[in-house]
Design a protein around this ligand. Structure first.
Ligand SMILES: Cc1cc2nc3c(=O)[nH]c(=O)nc-3n(C[C@H](O)[C@H](O)[C@H](O)COP(=O)(O)OP(=O)(O)OC[C@H]3O[C@@H](n4cnc5c(N)ncnc54)[C@H](O)[C@@H]3O)c2cc1C
Length: 519
């Protein structure tokens, strides 16, 4: 097979579906999960209807049906950025069961006219088997979506404008597990997403909040996003610029809120734009740049140095493990999570967690205590993984607001996203963090929380101890075992008020809070 023949590689993720709801577009009434079963926090009430469409048409139909019936709609991915309340949810929860990655060889792009109308412009290509043994023959859009190009042009060819290296275009369906995607890219020598290793959730949700960590954001490597627009009932393609990415926000997320943390009337808890697939533009390079000082020190190199992508990924996972910033891989043993992540990756994550727990229980300090103390410690370690990650966003303050902070409070420069004329009728301004041109700074939510008296391991004085701050990360609110959504909400409220009283800063939650508000 020649290079040009092998230009479409499809990797259907081996999401083995164990449950009868994993049937094309079938809705289930009666036998449905609770949010507690499908979220990383492990809290939340019963869902009235749960649908897991396995093809694009079924996905769109499920969204259209819910919208047409006027039922509340919640698209869920990995449930890692969602805090649902304890009451029953009367609406429809849709989880995209398509888990597919398609690599388009950059050589196709070189031959395309500058005004090419999206991936359908590619010639018929020979599908080849990837390591999972799945063959897909296609010459049309990988996700089978009849996309309309809206500003996604490829005039810049197949080389990176900055470093001159070859680029590769990959598409992944919304339901693809994010870390499966990162691992897939790393194993094939595609670089650009390694700093985002270990973030739970899905490709679809990654662009909603513009996930970021260790000096990288997903926006850095997004080429375009294919969406279903619930307002106009159309499939459209959003270019990277159209997405209005900013710090933990995007045009998609903005459509859910009328002010920071205040849900919009119409499109909540799911955006106006439902992500069908995301197209990424990555470097064809097995090395990648180390983008944060923290990673650089783990790797023993300098910031900006190049390291193999696999080494960067390993360093990120190690740092995340220490901070409880990985999900509990055992959650995929649950009936309602089975099949949503690649099995071999779940097993690898379990082995790593087991080693971590083993190491901690073998430490002399822990063994000095009674056996039940060791066990409690192990459970606590696991519980540190039952969270939504960082619960509050780092506040963006005007210079005037920042002046009132203590002198030693962290202050970082802010890179504010650009706005776009796309999506007529939609006003993203409520989420915009500052008026254009004015000067703002970002401070650290973790610093504010800690200095307001809420330290790692903090639990409310009500004696339950079910919800608390992570023992290893001030920003993570954790379910320490048996917590209800109400427990987590009361903790969040106490912290929010404490920070407001101490520093006059209003913290905004990062997760989507469904059915309640954090007053
Ligand atoms: C341990 C831990 C660590 C984390 N670390 C980080 C981190 O470092 N950086 C970071 O940015 N985030 C982090 N997060 C937060 C979270 O993982 C991300 O926000 C992730 O992208 C959420 O994905 P999800 O599929 O779980 O989304 P969900 O929680 O299922 O949904 C979140 C929102 O996205 C919407 N959504 C989901 N799929 C679609 C779709 N196809 N189309 C439109 N809307 C959709 C939902 O309706 C909802 O509004 C962390 C979370 C945990 C638990």
């Amino acid at each position: 097979m020649t290079h040009s023949q092998a230009n479409l590689i499809s990797a259907k993720m081996d999401s083995r579906c164990h449950h009868r709801n994993d049937v094309v577009g079938r809705a289930s009434e009666g036998d449905t999960p609770r949010f507690a079963d499908i979220t990383t926090m492990g809290v939340g009430g019963r869902i009235a209807r749960f649908v897991q469409p396995q093809d694009t048409r079924g996905f769109i139909d499920a969204v259209r049906a819910a919208d047409g019936e006027g039922r509340a709609l919640c698209i869920i991915g990995g449930g890692s950025n969602l805090l649902a309340d304890d009451g029953d949810f009367p609406g429809v929860v849709v989880r995209d069961a398509r888990r597919e990655i398609v690599v388009e060889d950059a050589s196709i792009r070189r031959r395309e006219p500058a005004e090419a109308d999206g991936p359908g412009g590619a010639a018929v290509c020979e599908g080849i088997a990837d390591s999972a043994g799945v063959v897909r023959q296609t010459g049309s859009d990988a996700a089978g979506v009849a996309v309309k190009s809206q500003g996604a042009k490829y005039r810049d060819g197949a080389q990176c404008g900055r470093c001159g290296k070859d680029m590769v275009l990959l598409s992944a369906t919304a339901g693809t597990n994010w870390d499966d995607f990162v691992l897939y890219c790393t194993q094939r020598g595609f670089s650009g997403v390694q700093g985002l290793s270990g973030i739970p959730g899905t490709v679809g949700a990654s662009v909603v909040q513009n996930i970021g960590a260790y000096g990288q954001e997903v926006a850095d490597c997004v080429d375009s996003v294919d969406v279903w627009d619930r307002l106009t009932s159309r499939e459209i393609r959003l270019s990277r610029g159209d997405c209005e990415f900013g710090y933990r926000t995007s045009l998609l997320k903005a459509s859910m809120y009328r002010a920071p943390g205040v849900p919009a009337d119409r499109f909540f808890p799911t955006p106006r734009f439902v992500v069908l697939s995301v197209r990424f533009r990555l470097l064809k390079a097995s090395d990648c740049t180390v983008t944060s000082g923290q990673l650089a020190s783990v790797l023993g190199v300098g910031t900006g140095d190049s390291m193999p992508g696999s080494a960067v990924r390993a360093a990120v996972i190690a740092v995340r493990a220490r901070k409880g910033m990985l999900e509990d891989p055992y959650r995929y043993d649950g009936r309602w999570m089975a099949g949503t992540r690649r099995l071999e990756n779940i097993e690898a994550a379990k082995s790593q967690l087991d080693r971590e727990l083993q190491d901690s229980s073998e430490s002399p300090k822990l063994n000095a205590g009674a056996p039940h103390a060791e066990r409690a410690r192990i459970l606590a370690l696991k519980a540190d993984r039952h969270s939504c990650g960082s619960f509050f966003m780092n506040p963006i303050l005007t210079e005037e607001q920042a002046r009132h902070l203590p002198a030693d409070a962290p202050r970082y420069p802010v890179d504010v996203g650009v706005s776009s004329p796309l999506a007529p009728g939609h006003d993203a301004s409520p989420l915009r963090e500052r008026p254009e041109g004015s000067s703002v700074v970002k401070t650290s939510a973790a610093w504010l929380i800690d200095h307001a008296g809420f330290h790692k391991g903090f639990v409310l004085a009500d004696g339950s101890g079910r919800a608390g701050l992570s023992d290893v990360h001030t920003l993570a609110l954790t379910n320490r075992g048996g917590a209800s959504s109400d427990d987590v909400l009361r903790l969040a409220q106490a912290i929010k008020r404490g920070v407001l009283d101490s520093f006059g800063v209003v913290l905004v939650p990062e997760p989507v809070v469904l059915g309640s508000t954090i007053g």
